[in-house]
Design a protein around this ligand. Structure first.
Ligand code: NIG
Ligand code: FE
Length: 391
């Protein structure tokens, strides 16, 4: 049997289990303790009631919460787009066309360069409390380049998404139908063994509703589960298609009709909001309140990519969501932990309850509220993943 460790003197513990704590969705426990055995949490509760263990760690009055679950990122890429960002902040608007710049740089990179880049951003994210991340292909857009992106990603996470349908490849600019045939045929065959999910950018200038449906349906037939880049830059069919196909998540959700909100409220597709993208493209904020008030499950993620959202910081996204999307701090923290887990259809992460993975973020603050209250301050002091201190 592996040895057990009790972490005591936790000022505020976020369990995300209402049954364990104060009855709120965050399941808060004050003056708490957590017991970790091997890679799992085996007990959480009030300090005074903690069972005897082999080892003891003093949290020194810090807040402890589940490691963040970043359920949407694009980290297999090369190069950057500083000039594009600079031009945008000087008045230019964001278009999906910039993706081509990163496709060219990514194709030109070696496997080792791509992996070093990925590791760099993962380490950055880990230090900021992210213990699970999803990441996508989508900057290769050939059979070989998409498959290698997924192979590299799969060395670092189980949550790998095939996004051959990011934009129509520049090689097929004159024949989008031929590109959709490639994405649903030979490219899918090469990519499916390395991925859990299939995604499509359903947007004007990328893929329309019919193309998106064909792509996601082909992926499902190969055992991949759908998620959708939906309604980011304009109104469109993406969100309703996501719900219709029981996608795990509809991501962005910036432009929503009442029918889109109703569809999300009626199904189990999570709405993943990505405020780093609105920040970095100076776009209007998604209406988080409208979704929450309609009973939609909301996740919060970074969308980390070199074009539309070059941040790996979930705490930054929490602060934006609270300040600019009118989420309460408790809601934002839930969405970045349990919400992200829901968007990945996982129950073993995003909560600190017996049986869940011991993925923990310790804050240099007594409460999770400080993540929004002290924006821009590096509050994540220590990170454990699978019961081991990693940062
Ligand atoms: O989620 N929307 C499509 N894909 C990315 C942007 C990718 C890029 O600009 O390189 C996004 O925002
Ligand atoms: Fe994205």
């Amino acid at each position: 049997m592996s040895s057990s460790t009790v972490i005591t003197n936790i000022a505020t513990l976020v369990t995300n289990d209402p049954a364990l704590g104060d009855g709120s969705p965050l399941g808060l426990i004050q003056d708490a303790a957590v017991v970790v055995e091997g890679d799992r949490v085996v007990w959480a509760g009030e300090s005074g009631q903690a069972p005897a263990t082999d080892h003891r760690v003093d949290a020194a009055g810090r807040a402890v919460l589940p490691g963040f679950v970043d359920s949407h990122s694009h980290l297999v890429f090369a190069g950057d787009r500083t000039q594009e960002f600079n031009a945008r902040m000087s008045g230019r608007s964001y278009t999906a066309g910039g993706i081509r710049t990163t496709v060219a740089a990514t194709r030109a990179a070696t496997d080792a360069e791509l992996e070093a880049n990925l590791t760099h951003y993962l380490t950055e994210a880990l230090r900021q409390g992210t213990t699970t991340f999803e990441t996508k292909s989508g900057y290769g857009l050939t059979v070989e380049d998409e498959a290698r992106a997924l192979r590299i990603a799969a060395r670092h996470t189980d949550e790998v998404t095939y996004l051959g349908a990011h934009i129509v490849s520049p090689d097929h600019a004159d024949d989008p139908a031929a590109y959709v045939a490639l994405v649903t045929g030979e490219m899918l065959d090469a990519c499916a063994p390395h991925a859990r999910w299939i995604d499509v950018f359903c947007e004007k200038g990328a893929f329309d509703g019919d193309q998106a449906r064909a792509i996601l349906t082909a992926g499902k037939a190969k055992g991949l589960h759908p998620r959708v880049h939906a309604n980011q830059l304009s109104y469109g069919p993406g969100v309703q298609l996501a719900v219709e196909l029981d996608a795990a998540s509809a991501d962005h959700c910036t432009h929503l009709t009442d029918a889109d909100v109703d569809a999300l409220a009626s199904g189990r597709t999570v709405a993943t909001l990505l405020p780093g993208a609105e920040f970095s493209t100076r776009a209007e904020w998604p209406d988080a309140r409208r979704l929450l008030d309609a009973g939609v499950t909301v996740a919060l993620s970074t969308d980390c990519n070199p074009g539309s959202s070059f941040t790996s910081s979930v705490p930054f996204c929490i602060a934006l969501a609270v300040r600019d999307m009118r989420m309460a701090p408790d809601e934002a923290v839930w969405s970045a932990t349990a919400g992200g887990a829901a968007a990945l259809r996982r129950t073993d992460i995003g909560r600190l309850t017996p049986g869940a993975y011991a993925d923990l973020a310790f804050l240099d603050a007594p409460s999770h509220v400080h993540l929004a209250y002290r924006p821009g301050v590096p509050l994540v002091r220590e990170v454990w993943r699978r019961g081991v201190r990693v940062a």
